[in-house]
Write a protein that binds this ligand. Sequence first.
Ligand SMILES: [Zn+2]
Ligand SMILES: [Zn+2]
Length: 419
Amino acid sequence: MDVQQIRRDIHQHPELGFTEFRTASIVVEKLQSFGFDVMYGKDVMDESACRGMPPKYEIEEAYHVALNEQADAEIIKHMEGGFTGVIGKMSGNKQGSTVAFRFDMDALPIIEAEDEGHVPFREDFHSLHKGKMHACGHDGHTAIGLKLAETLKDEDFAGTLLLIFQPAEEGGRGASSIAANGVLDNIDKLYCMHLGLDAPQGEVWCGTDGWLATTKINSTFHGVSSHAGVAPEKGKNALVGAATALLNIHALPRYSDGKTRVNVGALNGGTATNIIPDKATMVIETRSDKAEINEDLEDRVKNIVEHSAKMHDLDYEIEIVGEGTTIQCDESLINTAFEEAEELNLFSSVKRMGRATGSEDASILIKRVQEYGGEGTYMLIGTDLPAPHHHPAFDINEKSLHDAVKLLNRIATKELIDK
Ligand SMILES: [Zn+2]
Ligand SMILES: [Zn+2]
């Protein structure tokens, strides 16, 4: 199996969060063919903890697209409704630790660049689905995970290897459902990774800090519509309630003991000049480098939404549609990754730690593992980026795929075989 070819195939067939039916179908088939025990669908995901599920019709549409594009009907039947998580498990004959690696699979709602300067276009593996694109490298992550599985399939472990293929990382939506399911609770060591981000080609960061805890909130304001000329006083203006909330959310204070971010990313409501708007929706996010501060910000945002609604006599709903927390990487995993990366002699620079920016929902998985006595780390494997993540011209240097497989293989070998 060629890691580059798998990556290109997945790149061509991008699927948004919770609709990775074709991708997950390939993952299940490959893992099974390598001799892994494979669990998927609701066996690895807790429905009540899925954040920000897309509307039903979008999930169903994607399901049918996947069926038309060689997804296995028997397999994806067990993923119906958006339960696209997959975990492959292989246990050795000897006792040992349970070591896990996590990969994310989702694409983004972006129209991919179509010009000769963009390698996926020039080499004819750009998105077949206009408006969906692997613009973060998760196609590469999935390919790395599958190739890693192949390299380890005939090994006799002391312990258990788990390969976690997670849906819906973008927006911090998929990890919570896997954490809440409890399938991670016996993991001793969890290695997570991303290609690129702040790490240049040839560089590896064995641990990262600086990840921001985040909460993504949808709020809806419900009022009463009325004729704006004839009887404005009979209406209850949902848009005014939402606008009040927006200004007050942006008026929240900074914090003296941590970094913070708040943003209202969208506000929609109303239909025409002469109608009092009866509905408004708003998407909001909070972030902080301290989990407690993010929680405090989240509480304050909810408070503002509630009281802005009350001010204008509106009903309201608040839904958490995404989340992530901070990451504290464990020394022993950083050390193992560092030693193996150094010995590989493949990377021009191996850093023990680096400072990340942004948020990542693997944080939820790492936190869960740590709460149950295990350890975790989040690594970056550098790659050339012709354009930033989430950009229409985003791409990776495919050499980093091979390097990543070699590094993760060495870590797995060290953890599970070199006893
Ligand atoms: Zn991303
Ligand atoms: Zn990403």
